[in-house]
Design a binder for this molecule. Structure first.
Ligand code: PHE
Length: 466
C-alpha cells in the first residue's frame, strides 16, 4: 500500500506545493478585510503571535503525523492505532468540503475580474463598487437578480480544478509555483508602492500600524486564530495529506518555518496594499463588506498607475493561479480520502465531488445579495442570530471546524501519540530538531489550552459577526 502512494517530484516541489496551498485567496481576499474589522495594528500583532506560537507548531505536527503514517486524513488515526480519534479527520474532511464549495466560487469571481480587466476595465474604474455588486446580482437601481455570470465563471474555475486533479497534480503545479509565486510577490511589492502613495491612503496606513485596543475582544482572537489556520491550510488536515507524500529525507521543521514566513508575508503585504487603498477609495464610513475589498478597492490603484490595466489583468491572473493551487490541495485531500477510505475510483469521484461542491457553492454566491437565505448562529451574549448564508458558511469553517480539528490534532499528538514520536519523525531527515523542548510544551499545553480558551470565551462573551 505504502509503495503506491505518490511522492513529490522534487525537494522544491513539496515546499512550493505546500506554500501554494497556503498562499491563496485567504491571504489576499480574506486577510485585509479581517485585519480591518479587527482594528488594524492590533489584529496584525495578534495574528503574528498566533502564527508563531500556534500556527507553526500545528503545521509541523500535521506534517509529521502525515509523513509518519503515510495515510489520508482519517486513515492516519487508524494507522497509528487510535481509531477513536477518527472524528478529527472527519471534521477536517467536512471542513475542507465546505471551504471548497465557496472557495471555488470566489475563484470564479477572480476569473471574472481577469476577463473584466482585459475587456472592460473602464467600467471597473468608473464604478468599482457597482461593478462588484452587479457581478453578485445587486444592481444600481436596488433590484436583484440571480448572478449567472459569476456562477458561470465559478463553474469554469471548478472544472479547471477537476481537470488538473484528474491529470495528476504534480508537474503542473510545481512548474506554476516556481514562476507564479515569485511573480506574485514582486507584483505585490509594486502595488504596495502605488497604493500607499494614493491620495488619502495615509490614513489607512496609519490604521494598520496603530494599536487601538478598543476594537479588540475575544471574537477578534477567534477571528485571528481561524484566519491564521485557514491561511496556513491547517486545521483541515491538508498538511497531513501533503506530509504523507513526503520523503523521509525532507527537513519538515525548516519547511514549516519557510512556509509560515512566506504565507504571512503575502498576507501582510496584501493588508498594507488593500486597506490603505480602501481608505483612499471608499472612506471609512462607506466600507461595506470586507470580502469585497480585494475586488473593489484595487480598481483605484490600477486606475492611477501607468499600465494599470495590464497590471490589473496580471494581478488577477496570478491571484487566480494562487487560488487554483490552494483549491487543488483542498480537492486533492478530499479525493485522497474518498478513494482510499471507500475505495472509490479516482476520476469519477473527482467529477462527482466537484459538481456537488460547485452546486452547494452557488448558495454562497447567490446569498451575497440576490437570495435572502440565512444561516443560524448562536453565542451566549447575543443568543440566536441569523447571518447571511454566505457568511454562515465561513463562520462555520473558520470559527468552529478549523479550531476544533486543530484542537483534536494537538490533543492527539500532545497526549496520545506523544510529542516524542513527532520529534522522532521530524529528526528522520538526520538533522537534530533544536526546538524540540519548546515544541513539546507548545503542542502539549499551550496550543490546546489557548485554542480551547479562545473558542469558549468568544462563544460566551459574544461574537462580532459582520
Ligand atoms: N490556505 C488557503 C488560502 O489562504 C486556503 C486553504 C485552506 C487551502 C485550507 C487549503 C486548505 O487561501
Amino acid at each position: 500500500m505504502e509503495n503506491e502512494r505518490a511522492q513529490w517530484g522534487s525537494k522544491l516541489g513539496f515546499i512550493l506545493a505546500a506554500a501554494g496551498s497556503a498562499v491563496g485567496l485567504g491571504n489576499i481576499w480574506k486577510f485585509p478585510g479581517r485585519a480591518f474589522e479587527g482594528g488594524g495594528g492590533c489584529f496584525l500583532l495578534i495574528y503574528l503571535l498566533i502564527v508563531i506560537f500556534l500556527g507553526a507548531p500545528m503545521m509541523l505536527t500535521e506534517l509529521s503525523v502525515g509523513r509518519a503514517s503515510q495515510a489520508n486524513i482519517v486513515g492516519v488515526f487508524h494507522k497509528l492505532g487510535h481509531r477513536n480519534f477518527s472524528w478529527v479527520g472527519w471534521i477536517g474532511v467536512i471542513g475542507a468540503f465546505i471551504i471548497t464549495c465557496y472557495y471555488a466560487h470566489v475563484g470564479g469571481w477572480v476569473l471574472r475580474y481577469v476577463v473584466g480587466y482585459a475587456t472592460e476595465s473602464s467600467s471597473i474604474y468608473s464604478d468599482s463598487l457597482g461593478y462588484f455588486y452587479n457581478m453578485l446580482g445587486l444592481h444600481g437601481d436596488g433590484t436583484t437578480s440571480i448572478p449567472w455570470v459569476a456562477i458561470l465563471f465559478a463553474a469554469i474555475f471548478m472544472a479547471m480544478n477537476a481537470i488538473i486533479i484528474i491529470r495528476g497534480v504534480e508537474s503542473g503545479i510545481e512548474k506554476f509555483n516556481k514562476i507564479g509565486m515569485p511573480a506574485l510577490f514582486i507584483l505585490l511589492l509594486i502595488l504596495l508602492v502605488r497604493s500607499v502613495t494614493l491620495d488619502g491612503a495615509a490614513e489607512g496606513l496609519q490604521y494598520m500600524v496603530s494599536l487601538d485596543w478598543s476594537k479588540v475582544n475575544f471574537s477578534t482572537f477567534l477571528a485571528a486564530l481561524g484566519q491564521a489556520f485557514y491561511s496556513l491550510s491547517i486545521g483541515m488536515a491538508i498538511m497531513i495529506t501533503y506530509g504523507s507524500y513526503l520523503p523521509k529525507t525532507e527537513n519538515i521543521a525548516k519547511n514549516t518555518v519557510l512556509i509560515c514566513a512566506m504565507d504571512t508575508m503575502v498576507a501582510f503585504l496584501a493588508g498594507f496594499i488593500i486597506v490603505p487603498a480602501v481608505f483612499a477609495t471608499l472612506g471609512e464610513s462607506e466600507i461595506g463588506k470586507g470580502g469585497g475589498f480585494a475586488f473593489v478597492s484595487l480598481a483605484k490603484v490600477f486606475d492611477q498607475m501607468p499600465g494599470g490595466t495590464f497590471f490589473g489583468v496580471l494581478f488577477y491572473l496570478l491571484l487566480l493561479f494562487a487560488a487554483l493551487t490552494s483549491c487543488i490541495s483542498l480537492v486533492e485531500s478530499i479525493v485522497a480520502f474518498l478513494t482510499e477510505h471507500f475505495l472509490w475510483e479516482r476520476t469519477r469521484t473527482t467529477i462527482i465531488v466537484c459538481v456537488i461542491m460547485f452546486l452547494i457553492g452557488c448558495l454562497y454566491t447567490c446569498t451575497q445579495a440576490a437570495v435572502p437565505l440565512k444561516g443560524i448562529w448562536f453565542d451566549a451574549a447575543n443568543g440566536v442570530t441569523y447571518p447571511a448564508f454566505c457568511d454562515f458558511m465561513e463562520y462555520l469553517t473558520d470559527r468552529i471546524m478549523i479550531p476544533v480539528c486543530a484542537l483534536g490534532c494537538c490533543i492527539f499528538v500532545g497526549w496520545v501519540w506523544k510529542p516524542e514520536s513527532a520529534i522522532e519523525e521530524i529528526e528522520q531527515c538526520g538533522v537534530r530538531f533544536g526546538l524540540a523542548k519548546v515544541y513539546a510544551i507548545l503542542i502539549k499545553y499551550v496550543a490546546p489550552v489557548a485554542i480551547l480558551a479562545i473558542l469558549i470565551m468568544s462563544f460566551a462573551a459574544g461574537m462580532t459577526l459582520s
